[in-house]
Design a protein around this ligand. Structure first.
Ligand code: HEC
Length: 180
């Protein structure tokens, strides 16, 4: 009898735990950037091929591309002056850095995720930004949740594209495919 009582209270405790985990975990793919680009459009980006890493003080980034973008890079686009084809997508995944805890001083390694930014090429829906759709989702490591960056449907022109026009001659793509 006592044993059964312990067992049922264990089941109750376990169910409460499972429910609270389910409530706490955010589904990032329900988020939508203020310009209407859904996070779900980029499903699978975690597995895309690396174009190149980059770093600034305090951050390491991985710039990755979907298969359409990687195929374009392999064909010499956009360095050859040809435009990036519709359907190509790049993601920039940014982490803060810390010393490698196993051998401090040897290398900086990734710490918390900071944000994930995207560029999707689709000439028709994005006439104001030369055919590129931009979206960024900032990550808050404390709460474990993402939040879309920007406000208003036209935020990306000033917040993203204006700076990317520096490399207009490479179809607004900064990163070059790193040899490996
Ligand atoms: C002040 C300039 C600047 C602004 C503003 C900017 N970027 Fe970039 N972006 C860069 C540079 C430089 C790179 C090259 C990689 C790196 O150093 O991070 C880059 C790279 C990227 C890449 C990888 C493809 C590429 O062009 O190399 C994506 C995706 C990206 N940015 C998205 C965004 C989004 C989304 C926004 C707006 C929320 C944005 N960027 C705003 C300068 C900028």
């Amino acid at each position: 009898m006592k044993c059964q009582h312990i067992r049922s209270s264990l089941i109750v405790t376990a169910s409460i735990f499972l429910v609270s985990v389910a409530v706490a975990e955010q589904d990032r793919f329900t988020l939508i950037s203020p310009n209407g680009i859904a996070f779900s459009e980029f499903k699978g980006y975690e597995g895309w091929q690396v174009i190149s890493p980059s770093q600034i003080d305090g951050s390491i980034k991985a710039i990755v591309g979907n298969p359409v973008m990687i195929k374009a890079f392999n064909a010499g686009v956009p360095v050859n002056g040809q435009p990036v084809p519709d359907g190509a997508v790049m993601a920039k995944i940014e982490w803060s850095t810390k010393n490698n805890p196993d051998l401090p001083g040897a290398a900086k390694v990734t710490d918390a995720l900071k944000n994930v930014g995207f560029m999707v090429k689709d000439a028709k829906p994005f006439p104001d930004t030369d055919g590129w759709g931009y979206a960024q989702f900032d990550y808050d490591a404390g709460s474990g949740t993402f939040k879309p960056l920007g406000s208003g449907p036209a935020f990306a022109k000033a917040a993203c594209h204006q700076c990317h026009t520096r490399v207009k001659e490479r179809d607004f793509v900064f990163t070059r495919y790193a040899q490996r």
